[in-house]
Design a protein around this ligand. Sequence first.
Ligand SMILES: Nc1ncnc2c1ncn2[C@@H]1O[C@H](COP(=O)(O)OP(=O)(O)OP(=O)(O)O)[C@@H](O)[C@H]1O
Ligand SMILES: [Mg+2]
Length: 637
Amino acid sequence: MINNRSALTHTETLFRPLLELNSAYIYIGAGIATGVIAGVDAIDGTSLATPSLIAGGLIGTGLVKLINAFPLMKRQIGLYVNKLEFIDIEIVRFLNRWKDNSDVTQFAFKEKREIYIGNGFEWEPEHAQRAYQIMDMTSNLKEMEIPFALKPYINKYKKSTKAMGGKTWIHAIGNEERQLVHEEAFFGHSFITGQVGSGKTTLLRMLGTGFLHLGHSLIIIDPKDDKQLKNGIIDEMKALGIFDKFYEFCPARPSESCSIDILKNFATPAEIPTRIASLLKSGKTGSDTFIDFGWQTISQITDGMIYCHEAPKLTEIYRYMRSGKSELLEKVMSVFYERKFGAHWREQEMPKMLEMGESLIEGMVAYYTTRIPSTEKVAAVDDVIQFVTHNHEHAQKMLASVFPLFKVLCTNPLNKLLSPNRETDDVNKIIDIKRVILDGGVIYCALNSLNDPKTAGQLAKLLLADISSCLGDRYNYGDGKERRVSILVDEVHAAVAGNDALLNNLAQGRAAGAQFILSTQSIPDLVDMTDQATAERYLALCNNFISMKVTDKTTQEYVSAQFNQTNIQTVGVQYSIQSATGQALTEFSGGYKENITKTREDMFPPNLLADLPKLQYVARLANGQKLKCKLPIIQGA
Ligand SMILES: Nc1ncnc2c1ncn2[C@@H]1O[C@H](COP(=O)(O)OP(=O)(O)OP(=O)(O)O)[C@@H](O)[C@H]1O
Ligand SMILES: [Mg+2]
């Protein structure tokens, strides 16, 4: 065999019959026979020395042949046998060097800050060659002769191999090793695709556990409330002695849930209406006059609240919108006059105002519009006046989609969970995302999308927007040495519509020491919830792309394109026999021709992605690696 792959005559014989095994049988058999015959002869008094030596030599040679056959035997078993694999958490901790890596209050680059992501190999041109070679065979690979001795083993795992689905051989064509990936590679963000049950959440658990071992703060948004994922993280935190830093946000079990003051963090007041309006967008982006009107109304109210030093809360915005118009106007006007005329404005100016309208509030507005010069007017006051004086019927009609949204977010249990009151509620149960990010810990948001996918999507967006704002702060004012934060979002398609905050975060997250791991079933899911251009932006902003089994063409082709192309060699054989009519019957000529052709093909064929068994994936990482991996399930935490 010529080892240089670029040589035209290079061939591989990975799938040849196991000839070493046959000769091992013969040698060992001959050795045993010699021993037995010598033993019988010994009864007659013949010396045993020479035959024993020969028997030993034969058995020894047989054993050497068996050892030589072992690597190929292992690979050939791998072509037919697959089963769930497990890894002990102690080994994962050891591989991730949690003792050295987890104790970080300040981030510093270290070469050994790596995490374990599964067992696999770099997918190189030779693997592509082998894959194309096998794809040319019949579906049960009967061109390969399985050694008789391996058949019982293969039969034993028939059921588990079937349960794992897909084509077992894809992983068996490479030499598997434990794969560790450096932390830096993840800070380019990661995108995971995979159809239902293919192993996305199991991978998130492996990665989340790894980031815990690196001392990251962790925020997990899990719309499915997956018990495996949550319990996996909880068990590991308990084992590491950091369970006191586990915070769960879980609307389905309000009594156990922490609260998050969801509008607490914002850089500019305009962020708040944008956040809320984004919840109304459920599909393609584009302008919608109802959403724009909703944005404007929320913006007018929040501007007024901020002007009066009131912290914007969903419940309060809703109250002002529904029935607190005059209350807000009076508050804003009072603050304005107090700032302008001082604490005694009521005695000095109020009588004049009372004369200017039928009620005090009308007078206050009339005074403001007629007597205050435009240079002294304040945008927040103008906003609230506009909000209050807008035609009531028209506003009600335009806000028809906004009211139901607020109703959901502001009634039990979400009112307490999203707009907690520090004076009346248990402060220990109110999470400050900024604090957790800084001090370390895990915020686990279980959103229970199975019962109410719409609200789960809206909550995911609100949470991501709040996280964005905290990260924005780090980006603007941080020194780049803060504790790193990993944000894992399962089923991310539910949270992408109109979510500019998430896109901005992906663009700036690295500088804020934050990395996102987003998972969804397929690329078309993303396109459905946004549009082609936005979906492409999401993908372009994630430098790591990991795909489990996917069956749709778009995702398959995208994944395959990450792997580039390579030269694939095919061997053609031509036989010919000729005889001419004018010649004697015995005169004929024959020929045999082999030709080798090389064609450019996908290094990872798209349709092979539909054949990946459960818990297997391919990955193109930010550091340039292209991996084919098998994912063991963590056990023993
Ligand atoms: N501890 C375990 N024991 C046995 N099987 C497991 C275990 N953990 C995961 N699995 C199996 O691994 C497969 C992948 O599960 P996982 O939840 O990771 O898939 P998923 O891609 O997230 O699916 P979904 O889209 O439904 O959320 C499932 O078939 C599951 O049965
Ligand atoms: Mg899942």
